[in-house]
Design a protein around this ligand. Structure first.
Ligand code: ADP
Ligand code: ADP
Length: 218
C-alpha cells in the first residue's frame, strides 16, 4: 500500500531524515516510536504528502506521488489519505455530521452520498446519537472518534495518525486503540501511527523505532 524509499529531508543545515525506507501492506497497523526530535512527525508529513522529501520516493496505492501536479496531489491527498492528529481539529461551527462530510464535499461528492457515508461511519463508531452535536458538545473521546470518521469518509488507502491518543485519558485512549484494531479487522484499514503510548505501540503488527533520522529496527 505504501512504499517509502531513501527518504531524506533537511531543514537548513540540519539533516532530519537520513534515508528512510518503509513498507506498509494493506491492512497493517504500523506504529512509529522514538525520542522527541527523532524525525517521526517529519516522516509522517512526508508520507502524507504534506511536505516533499529532498531525496527519495513515496509510492502510495501504486502512485508515485512525486509525479502528481500540486492540484492533482491535493485531490489525491484528500481522497487517499486520512489524517488524525493529537487535537481533533474539528471545525467548531459545524456539527459532527458536517465535519465528517467535509472531505467528501472537497472530493466533489453529492450531499446525499456524503451524508449516507457519514451516517454509516457514525453508526460504526457508536456516535449515531451525536450526529447533530457540535464539537464542544462532545466529550474528548467522542471528538476524536468524529475525527476518525472524518478521516475515513473517502475510504482512504491509508490513515496517518500523529499522537492520536495523546490528549485522551487512559480509558478513552484504550477505546480509541481498540477502534483502530477493529477497523483493521473489519475493513482491512491500513494505519501508520506515531505514538509515545506504549499500549498503542504494542497493538501494532509492526513497531518501527526511529533514532536520529533513521529507522533502526524494522
Ligand atoms: P519527532 O516527531 O520525532 O519529535 P520531528 O519530525 O517533529 O521529530 O522533528 C525533528 C526535528 O526537525 C526537530 O529538531 C524539529 O525541530 C525539526 N523540524 C521539524 N520540522 C521543521 C521545520 N519545518 N523547520 C525546521 N525544523 C523542523
Ligand atoms: P509534534 O509534537 O507532533 O512532533 P511539532 O510541535 O514538533 O509536532 O511540530 C508541529 C509542526 O511544526 C510540524 O508541522 C513541524 O514540521 C513544524 N516544526 C517543528 N519544529 C519546527 C521548527 N523548528 N521550525 C519550524 N517548524 C517546525
Amino acid at each position: 500500500m505504501l512504499q517509502a524509499r531513501g527518504i531524506q529531508k533537511s531543514y537548513g543545515n540540519l539533516q532530519i531524515l537520513k534515508g528512510v525506507d518503509l513498507d506498509v501492506k494493506r491492512g497493517e497497523i504500523i506504529t512509529i516510536i522514538g525520542a522527541s526530535g527523532a524525525g517521526k512527525s517529519t516522516l509522517l508529513h512526508i508520507i502524507g504528502t504534506l511536505d516533499r522529501p529532498d531525496f527519495g520516493t513515496i509510492r502510495l496505492n501504486n502512485v508515485d506521488v512525486n509525479t502528481l501536479s500540486s492540484r492533482k496531489l491535493s485531490a489525491f491527498r484528500n481522497e487517499q489519505i486520512g489524517f488524525i492528529f493529537q487535537f481533533h481539529h474539528l471545525l467548531p461551527e459545524f456539527t459532527a455530521l458536517e465535519n465528517i462530510c467535509i472531505p467528501a464535499f472537497i472530493a466533489g461528492r453529492g450531499k446525499k452520498d456524503a451524508e449516507n457515508k457519514a451516517f454509516e461511519l457514525l453508526e460504526l463508531l457508536g456516535l449515531s446519537d451525536r450526529a447533530n452535536h457540535k464539537p464542544n458538545e462532545l466529550s474528548g473521546g467522542e471528538q476524536q472518534r468524529v475525527a476518525v470518521a472524518r478521516a475515513m469518509v473517502n475510504d482512504p488507502a491509508i490513515i496517518l495518525a500523529d499522537e492520536p491518543s495523546g490528549n485522551l485519558d487512559s480509558n478513552n485512549a484504550e477505546n480509541l486503540h481498540r477502534l483502530f484494531v477493529d477497523l483493521r479487522d473489519s475493513l482491512n484499514q491500513t494505519f501508520v501511527i506515531v505514538t509515545h503510548n506504549e499500549n498503542l505501540a504494542n497493538l501494532a503488527d509492526r513497531k518501527v523505532l526511529m533514532k536520529d533520522g533513521q529507522i533502526i529496527n524494522y
